[in-house]
Design a protein around this ligand. Structure first.
Ligand code: 13P
Length: 255
């Protein structure tokens, strides 16, 4: 089966609302029909979602909106938290969960990631589940079992259909924001192992429709090395997603 490549921009804690409007407008103006074969997703901070959603024209647009995090409860006394229903209402069709920065700075556990994944699917939002090992784990030769255990925990209890709809982003922590990428072969090896794990858990059709992205210092200058890799279906982009031209160039590389 052919999977539609995805380029998702994780803006992290960058861009005021005014800046977010400018960036999303610039990306929208840079969009042309050659990009119809690639799925573009913008993931701004929570407070920018509404404005970016307006710029993208909600469901009329060919550029999708995603959030960077969510809480799994529907409503209630959870100060500071945002529910899947709130994300849906503002126009999100995707939501990043389990980013290594959230795991590190906000103590997000595998169990929390799994609760978020289920809560998002209940609201019809596709999770972009992040996984990836740190440098000591890679140097100890433990990257594959570590990532596979993250994936098994995140996907526990999903249906075959949900597993097939999912997006997983493999982001080795040592490659995020460092300018140092995994080699395309090493990244593809982990992405292949992720797909194989999904196949073992949910069957071949889920494994072949699931999209697996690479993330970690992916830029227009190095994207061409990742494009031919059979198990990499696109990228989750940090720094290079903050510039409209480089974001569009990254997407065009996957046409
Ligand atoms: P960089 O592209 O800045 O390395 O960030 C990757 C990332 O963490 C995307 O979620």
């Amino acid at each position: 089966m052919t999977r539609k490549p995805m380029i998702a921009g994780n803006w992290k804690m960058n861009k005021t609302t005014a800046e977010a409007v400018t960036l999303s407008q610039d990306i929208s103006y840079g969009y042309d029909s050659s990009l119809d074969d690639v799925e573009l997703v913008l993931c701004p901070p929570f407070v920018d979602l509404k404005s970016v959603s307006t710029v993208l024209g909600f469901d009329k647009s060919r550029i999708a909106l995603g959030a960077q995090d969510v809480y799994w409860q529907k409503s209630g006394a959870f100060t500071g938290a945002i529910s899947p229903g709130m994300l849906k209402e503002v126009g999100c069709s995707y939501c990043i969960v389990g980013h290594s920065e959230r795991r590190e700075h906000f103590f997000e556990s595998n169990e929390a990631v799994n609760l978020k994944v289920h809560a998002l699917f209940e609201e019809g939002i596709i999770p972009i589940v992040c996984c990836g090992e740190d440098l000591p784990t890679r140097e100890a030769g433990e990257a594959l079992p570590f990532v596979i255990s993250q994936i098994k925990a995140a996907l526990e209890g999903l249906s075959v259909k949900q597993a097939g709809d999912l997006v997983i982003a493999y982001e080795p922590i040592w490659a995020i924001g460092t300018g140092r990428t995994a080699t395309p072969e090493a990244a593809d090896e982990v992405c292949a192992a992720i797909r194989q794990t999904v196949g073992e858990l949910f069957g071949g059709s889920a494994a072949s429709s699931l999209r697996v992205l690479y993330g970690g210092s992916m830029k227009p200058e190095n994207v061409s090395f990742f494009v031919p890799m059979p198990n990499i279906d696109g990228g989750l982009i940090g720094g290079a997603a903050l510039d409209a031209r480089s974001f569009i160039d990254l997407a065009k590389a996957f046409i």
